[in-house]
Design a protein. Structure first.
Length: 356
């Protein structure tokens, strides 16, 4: 497992991107006194990161050195994610959100990713010693951390701005990942068929079905994790080509009424988020890139739908459209639409622990 050290976000060579900029440091006057309050704020933002089925598979510890982010195997999907790939992607998204929270609060994050081979569940160590005012870009992303929602349907006909696509691809590249935009209609159709086949196979697998049921909340539930009934459409919304979302409702009448009566809405911009290899550090990188992409889209008024079904069956790495030498990790669809979904999260006190 490779050890990667990330200073002040990701790449101190970057000068154009505020999240990755290394400003002139100003020493913190009383770190021990401020540590607990800062950690609570950071974790309060980090818990709003996306995670598979909203499992929130993480916990944090704080000591005099800063924060540690751990993967929580008790929240790992045994059937859908036996290798912990999606768990670490989720933790990577939480790591990016924690770093962004520090920048929005005027701190420069220093992170070590997978720093200890003897502790494979220790995803990252995060500290902050220097101060610098956040940029407008960082504040814009931070403003959407709690309001961003996953989308599970079609999109309107409005195309995405080319400069946004370029920005998203540049954002992915900062984490040694690639966002592969699929413009070929034949490949888009093949990807849609792959998602359809995977969704059918998963729906017929009893272990996957039980797992999905366990993380799907009934209407009125008070749980602070899992997928609430007002976070997905009550019946599948057809897209062209058709990319089905997981069937959370399962014929029970749960879910939101359709937002549109237009049949065959656009599937949006279809893309694959891919890494150079397929190791735990790549999965964490994919999670950081994913959250950056999601928040950038949200800041531009763009919604994002995620599909992991083919990857849960193990044959997603062979999806059409991936370039040789790249390993697809997630399929993304992006576009404009009205969203009414809500989200739930565990409070920081449930996931943040103090280490003496």
């Amino acid at each position: 497992m490779a050890i990667q050290h990330w200073v002040s976000a990701v790449d101190d060579r970057e000068t154009e991107d505020p999240v990755d900029r290394l400003p002139t440091p100003v020493m913190m006057s009383d770190p021990e006194q401020a540590m607990a309050g800062i950690a609570g704020h950071v974790v309060g933002e980090a818990v709003w990161a996306p995670s598979v089925h909203n499992t929130q598979p993480w916990w944090f510890s704080v000591d005099q050195g800063g924060l540690c982010l751990y993967a929580d195997p008790a929240r790992q999907l045994a059937a859908g994610d036996p290798d912990g790939r999606e768990m670490l992607i989720s933790c990577g998204a939480a790591l990016f959100t924690a770093r962004l929270a520090l920048r929005a609060a005027g701190w420069i994050p220093e992170a070590q990713v997978l720093p200890d081979r003897a502790q494979p569940l220790l995803v990252a160590r995060l500290s902050w010693r220097h101060r610098s005012a956040p940029t407008c870009y960082e504040r814009r992303l931070s403003d959407h951390v709690r309001s961003r929602r996953a989308h599970r349907g079609g999109f309107g006909p409005l195309p995405l701005a080319p400069e946004l696509i370029t920005l998203l691809q540049e954002s992915a590249a900062k984490y040694e990942t690639a966002l592969l935009v699929i413009n070929d209609d034949g490949i888009r159709a093949a990807l849609a068929e792959a998602v359809q086949a995977a969704e059918r196979a998963l729906s017929l697998d009893s272990a996957h079905a039980r797992e999905l049921t366990a993380w799907t909340l009934p209407p009125g539930s008070n749980r602070a994790d899992g997928v609430p009934a007002n976070a997905y459409p009550g019946r599948p919304e057809r897209t062209f080509p058709y990319f089905p979302a997981p069937d959370f409702a399962r014929g029970r009448g749960w879910g939101l009424p359709p937002l549109s009566t237009v049949p065959g809405r656009s599937a949006g911009v279809v893309s694959l988020l891919a890494t150079r290899s397929d190791t735990p550090s790549d999965w964490v990188n994919a999670g950081q890139a994913l959250q950056r992409i999601l928040l950038t889209n949200a800041a531009w008024g763009v919604a994002t739908a995620l599909h992991s079904q083919p990857f849960e069956l193990g044959w997603g790495r062979r999806l059409a459209g991936a370039r040789p030498g790249l390993c697809p990790q997630l399929l993304l669809r992006m576009g404009t639409t009205v969203q009414a979904a809500v989200g739930v999260r565990r409070p920081p006190a449930n996931v943040l622990f103090t280490v003496a």
